[in-house]
Design a protein around this ligand. Structure first.
Ligand code: HPA
Length: 294
């Protein structure tokens, strides 16, 4: 059995345990254009991905490739309770379209969980497949369709992370999804619910592919999230996901409209403040055994 993959994840986790013995309960993975949205993130203790043994590092524009850990204090929008929660922020992620294997795509999330993180919030920029939704709207990911052709559990029988034939019936935690919906209602944010189709990319879809995805029942399409969600579930972490609708799927606005990555990053950045309020409000409302509430 090839154990080198597990050893590398453990190396990352051991390093993190020495860096910070008290792992946060929660890790927030910040997608394209969303990495600058968290208030105070730049003054939180940081590690570049390249400083963490075994970590993989992405070069995509709009990603900083670093881990930040900090205490977030706020009043939870729905309950009015003042809460402090320590949160790990993965500012940037690895994508399979950069040439990473599925194992490398999920390495950083696996290392977070091996460190001690119990729940993962995955955020992403996504193409919107619903013409009645507005750009800049958010969608709670209730389920996904993995069309990437990859699976982080393949090739590593008995890899020490959990079951190979991992149940995916409720990949996205319904109770935590409810907290997202409550936070959104309290903040006056219109939060849609739907299914995220995960594709390999990096080319955007053709109009025919967008028609196919709509027929399959997806409301959003993107090039991340699904592999991380699978790996996190295999390791027993709770998962929630939030998509920001940065553009309509190819062809939905007519044959002349083109997609441009810089528009995706720009739209992500322009709604990032709202996303941060929504995600942090939700993060503070999630139930954990060890949070300090007063
Ligand atoms: N397709 C795939 N991934 C994306 C898109 C899209 O239209 N927008 C943002 N990420």
């Amino acid at each position: 059995m090839d154990t080198s993959y597990k050893i590398r994840v453990d190396q990352s986790a051991e390093f993190l345990k020495k860096w910070n013995t008290n792992a946060p309960d929660l890790c927030l993975v910040l997608g394209s254009g969303l990495g600058n949205a968290i208030p105070g993130i730049d003054s939180m203790p940081a590690l570049k991905f390249s400083e963490i043994p075994g970590f993989r590092s992405s070069e995509v524009v709009g990603h900083a490739s670093e881990l930040r850990v900090g205490n977030v204090n706020a009043t939870h929008p729905a309950t009015g309770k003042s809460i402090t929660r320590k949160i790990a922020f993965l500012r940037g992620r690895n994508h399979a379209y950069e040439g990473f294997t599925a194992g490398d795509v999920v390495h950083n999330v696996r290392a977070m969980i091996a460190w001690g993180v119990k729940g993962i919030i995955l955020t992403n920029a996504a193409g919107c497949l619903e013409t009645s939704w507005n750009l800049g709207d958010f969608m709670l990911i209730e389920d996904h369709i993995n069309l990437s052709g990859l699976n982080p559990l393949s090739g590593l029988p008995g890899n020490g992370f959990g079951q190979r034939f991992c149940d995916m019936t409720q990949c996205y935690d319904p109770a935590w999804g409810k907290v997202f919906l409550e936070s959104a209602a309290a903040l006056g944010v219109n939060l849609h619910r739907g299914t995220y189709a995960g594709v390999l990319g990096p080319s955007y879809e053709t109009p025919a592919e967008i028609r196919m995805l709509r027929t399959l029942g997806a409301q959003a399409v993107g090039m991340s999230t699904v592999l991380e969600a699978i790996a996190a579930r295999q390791m027993g972490a709770r998962v929630v996901g939030l998509s920001c609708m940065t553009n309509y799927g190819a062809g939905l606005l007519g044959a002349e409209t083109r997609l441009d990555h810089s528009d995706v990053v720009h739209m992500g950045a322009s709604v990032a403040k709202t996303m941060a309020e929504l995600v942090l409000g939700t993060a503070l409302g999630l139930a954990f055994a060890h949070s300090s509430e007063h």
